[in-house]
Design a binder for this molecule. Structure first.
Ligand SMILES: [Zn+2]
Ligand SMILES: [Zn+2]
Length: 426
């Protein structure tokens, strides 16, 4: 691993006094301070050659920097080494028995990814690794990437799988946003369709849960032509790759019952009968969504295909939830409405770390700006309100956000600088 010194972090108690020394007496230049809201820290960088000094100032009494200076007084806090591939660096360190504070990288300043190594493994020094990360929403759309990805979240394991790709009308995907604005982020094909992924999520904890199941394999022919279906990376194939068999799934949870989320809930057997795909699972659906899916109207009918969910009730594996509730330890559902009246997202939490599966609240990273709302949504103003609240919370809590339909990004952290949002991929 090649590592270069990025900066040296110094915890300060009295910023004015520290600046009087480092800026005025030493004559170093101070860059514009950077706020790290989740750590309740303001960072002041002073370039020294190729590296920097970082003066760390607590912005609240419960900041880790405040606790540090209260205990030990101001002083050297950490050193930061920049690496090309932080995942590889962490793997190498843990293979050699180093104690890691962060087993997987988290978002740092300037859209970087960072991870701390415990001082016990670094001879008394807190060492931070840093990788300058590509930022998805600022670079032109990358090609699809449906690799299986695993994430540790406290005691839980999250496994991002896929049910392949689907193409939907680009205009419908971005609502009132003009094509001249979205076409660079989501390039349309000759029929004006953009490529979207279907990414169900497996949560392994007290039980094994699958959230949504993609399109499934019951349809073909005309349907596949209209929606440009490509199930090369199907749920069967990616679950097998992830080492999870269908009968390991205890719970299947639905964000809502649209065909690109619930299609994989059932399959057609050799005799032509439609059955639940996951033989041991209880399927959990919000009651309001079930009511809407079984009483469709002209505006939502094309999205609800009864074969995806009626057979669950017939098989006796359907379980309804009436309101926001904990589904298994660390996993709860929260209604957002907007996209459809009872659309819900899934909030996951373990040992103080949070993740969220946002389904069609923000289907892709291109939907980060508040006004980028799908034309499909039945109640777009409700989407707007739910999105504003969600993004605010996600930034504050450093939530790992799973984007179900993004063709290239399975999950990342949302950052906001001067009102502009971006996702740091993970
Ligand atoms: Zn939907
Ligand atoms: Zn969808």
């Amino acid at each position: 691993m090649k590592a270069v010194l990025d900066h040296v972090g110094i915890a300060v108690k009295d910023l004015a006094a520290a600046l009087a020394f480092y800026r005025d007496a030493l004559g170093l230049e101070v860059e514009t301070p950077e706020e790290v809201a989740s750590q309740r820290v303001r960072a002041h960088f002073l370039p020294v050659g190729d590296a920097k000094l970082e003066l760390l100032e607590a912005t609240a009494p419960d900041s880790p920097i405040a606790r540090y200076t209260d205990k030990r007084g101001p002083g050297l806090h950490h050193i930061t080494l920049r690496v090309d591939d932080i995942h590889a660096a962490l793997a190498q360190l843990s293979a050699r028995g180093a104690r890691l504070i962060d087993e997987q990288p988290r978002p740092g300043a300037e859209h970087s990814l960072v991870a701390f190594i415990h001082p016990a493994s670094a001879h008394g020094v807190l060492v931070e690794l840093k990788q300058s990360a590509p930022v998805s929403s600022q670079s032109p759309a990358p090609g699809p990437d449906l690799a299986v990805r695993r994430y540790a979240l406290g005691d839980l394991e999250l496994v991002s799988v896929s049910d392949g790709l689907i193409r939907l009308d680009g205009g419908a995907m971005f609502g009132t946003v003009p094509k001249v604005m979205w076409e660079t982020k989501a390039p349309p094909d000759a029929r004006n369709r953009i490529t979207l992924a279907m990414r169900p999520l497996i949560v392994r904890g007290a039980r094994t849960m699958l959230i949504d199941a993609g399109l499934g394999g019951k349809d073909s022919g005309k349907f596949h032509d209209i929606y440009g279906v490509d199930r090369t990376r199907s749920l069967d194939a990616t679950m097998a790759e992830a080492g999870v068999t269908p009968d390991e799934i205890d719970i299947v949870l639905a964000s809502h019952l649209h065909f690109d989320h619930a299609g994989g809930f059932t399959y057609r057997d050799a005799a032509g009968r439609i059955r639940p795909t996951f033989p041991r699972a209880q399927y959990i659906v919000r009651r309001g969504e079930w009511e809407d899916a079984t009483h469709t109207h002209e505006r939502n009918r094309a999205s609800y295909l009864a074969d995806n969910y009626l057979p669950l009730a017939e098989a006796g594996v359907l379980q309804m939830v009436d309101e926001d509730a904990t589904i298994m330890p660390g996993v709860k559902v929260q209604r957002t409405g907007g996209h459809c009246r009872h659309h819900q997202i899934v909030l996951i939490e373990s040992k103080g770390k949070t993740a969220a599966f946002v389904a069609d609240l923000m289907p892709t990273t291109a939907h980060l700006p508040d006004a980028w709302i799908m034309g499909f949504d039945l109640y777009p103003m409700d989407t707007l309100a739910a999105k504003k609240q969600f993004v605010k919370d996600a930034i504050e809590r450093e939530t790992l956000v799973f984007f179900e339909h993004d063709p290239a990004v399975a999950a990342g952290y949302i950052r906001e600088t001067d009102g502009k949002r971006a996702v740091v991929n993970l």
